[in-house]
Design a protein around this ligand. Sequence first.
Ligand SMILES: Cc1ncc(COP(=O)(O)O)c(C=O)c1O
Length: 422
Amino acid sequence: MPTDLEGIKKQALADFTRFVSPMKARTMKSAGLDIIEGRREGASVWDVTGRKFIDCQTGSGIMNAGRHNPEIVQALKDALDTLDIGVFLLCSKQKADLAKKLAEVTPGDLACSLFGTGGGEANDAAIKLARGYTMKKEIVYTEKAYHGHTGFALSAIGRDAYREPFEPLVPGFRMVPFGDAQALRGVMTKNTAAVILEPIQGEGGINIPPEGYLREVREICDEHEALLILDEIQTGLGRTGKMFASEHWGVVPDIMTVAKSLGGGIYPISATIFKEELMDFFIPHPFIHLSTFGGSDLGCIVGLATIDYIQKHHLADHADRMGQRFRAGFDRLLEDYPDLLLEVRQKGLMMGLQYTNQSMGPRLTKKLAERGVIAVYTGNDPAICRFMPSLVITEDEVDFVLNALEDSMRELSREGGIGKND
Ligand SMILES: Cc1ncc(COP(=O)(O)O)c(C=O)c1O
């Protein structure tokens, strides 16, 4: 067993390659991201060898409250003195407390929670609840949507590569373009149980819908007595400058799903939060959707500590301010590098850069890694790079990321070989 840090890293990478995923190890290496995470703090992570990075990937938004947040870690440590996961069949004070808190922080009359461990599970539960409550079958989802890889959620993913090997998927799902209310209207029928969408698409490339779209979707759902499910798994908990992205447009869904940052980056937990009237479905079927580890007592304590932290430190407002600082820097880059940067899509600290060419994603990710920034192009389109740092990021750290980006673009521009995609 190696004891020096380089040796420990080499061994971990070799074991990961052999026993976990050779292709992932290879892809990370070619992106300059063959990092083995060691120390984690605030907006940063250190490779085991001691190299520091500002983390703008954060597991696609699981670290809103910062990496290894000491207050959340302490809440979990304290809980471990007396608690374990809990018996899922029994009623639990921790579940009750977190559900009550979620009812308080979510918009409108969202009131009740069904807990899970991850985002896909939360969306599965949402879709099952929509079908069960409305007794209708059709689910409408959007192109480029990402809702997770479990059964119902996978059936609502708008990317063929994730779906095709596993078809036939759950029947009754219909896809429409994101942001197009007319197209949605065209597929709604009296059998539509629900429309599911992300208020801002994350994996799809930080796609912000046109003004008025979400409100129109809400109206269309109401006209057809269909439910609206908003997946706030990436957008929620302060990320976009409000507690939930749907608040930017004043839209209240019938069901909202929250996961990722609810676990504070410490402990997995997700919630499917729904209006009280939908509870009618569970009255005759209280045990119809179970999850042994979903909403475990420890997870609920972490969820509560995370929401407390986000509120106490006004992280949504901070995300808005830091987002504006990023925006000023991005605008300068748009002016200086029109051959490289086509567009910036952003709400708060949910930020996507649209490059002019698909080859730029991998090249810039690598250059950024060399300069101490982790920011990764999207799987859907390598010409789009996502920046989703922890919401605790400081002004100096924002400037560091912007400098690294400018440096990388300058170098790329000098190297050349970038033409616009057709
Ligand atoms: C918007 C959205 N929904 C659902 C999921 C799935 O969450 P999980 O990976 O926890 O199942 C993700 C994960 O990236 C997501 O971004």
